[in-house]
Design a protein around this ligand. Structure first.
Ligand code: TMP
Length: 250
């Protein structure tokens, strides 16, 4: 897929070095996993669709002033990004109860939350990405307290921007997961960001968001995200394609 050295292969993406030490190439895969990789499969065309959806959403956030790792998308399913050290925290923002929030609190699926809820999980597959309390976050020193505060502020800003945008697309942003990274001390002259800067990283796609089609009340038909794969619902590819078409205005 690339002549460059492979640095890392995850469940949904492969990361390569490029000629510029500050720049990485991310290749999005069609592979899909759920339940900490206990369920595995493929969503045909997912790599390309998620890369295009992520590209659109990163551009939208950048235009609103959000610092992100996104540089450009040189080819289908490929994204160039600024190198960061990923903070081992998964930040989850929820507007409507679904998924683990329902399982862990008993809230009914679809309950609109009184205000957006920001949650932090430990990004650690061996431990099953457990939800962390604020005290555990501090104790584990996964990030500095100011960085955690900045992450939370960014999460709420991103929720406003993406929520409004998806709404214009006829889609409800139920919840989503974000990852952040820190510009390393080795960042060279081509990097526009100072070492230590916190950047939004990873991807924003139907793999990492819950997205419900507003014109559809049926709780299965409305799902336009990876819950179709998790729950063995049909037409997974068509749902991702619909998100892509809507966010790119087709
Ligand atoms: P959850 O309800 O299963 O905790 O998921 C919350 C959000 O995070 C949902 O939009 C899906 C996303 N997510 C990921 O991006 N990666 C994961 O590994 C999991 C479990 C959820």
């Amino acid at each position: 897929m690339s002549a460059y050295e492979k640095l890392y292969e995850g469940k949904a993406k492969i990361v390569y070095q490029t000629d510029d030490p500050d720049v990485l190439l991310v290749c999005f895969k069609d592979d899909a996993t759920a339940f900490n990789a206990q369920k595995r499969g493929q969503i045909v065309g997912k790599g390309e669709m998620n890369c295009k959806i992520s590209t659109r959403l990163f551009q939208l956030l950048q235009a609103a002033g959000m610092p992100t790792h996104f540089i450009d998308s040189p080819a289908a399913a490929q994204m160039r990004v600024w190198r960061v050290d990923i903070v081992p925290i998964e930040a989850i923002v929820r507007n409507i109860a679904a998924g683990s929030l329902c399982r862990q609190t008993g809230l009914p699926l679809g309950k609109v939350l009184p205000r957006p809820l920001v949650e932090f999980c430990y990004k650690n597959d061996a431990l099953g990405d457990p939800l962390l309390t604020r005290d555990r976050l501090q104790m584990l020193e996964l990030a500095a307290p100011e960085q955690i505060q900045t992450m939370e502020n960014y999460c709420l800003q991103i929720n406003e921007i993406l929520g409004d945008f998806f709404n214009e697309c006829g889609i409800t942003l139920v919840d989503f997961k974000l990852e952040f990274g820190i510009v390393p001390p080795t960042a060279g002259p081509t990097s526009p960001f100072a070492a230590g800067t916190l950047l939004l990283a990873d991807e924003i796609s139907p793999d990492t968001c819950r997205l419900w089609q507003q014109s559809e009340d049926d709780p299965q038909k409305r799902v336009l995200d990876k819950d179709r794969f998790r729950q063995n619902l049909p037409d997974v590819e068509a749902a991702y394609q619909q998100v892509l078409d809507r966010v790119t205005g087709h």
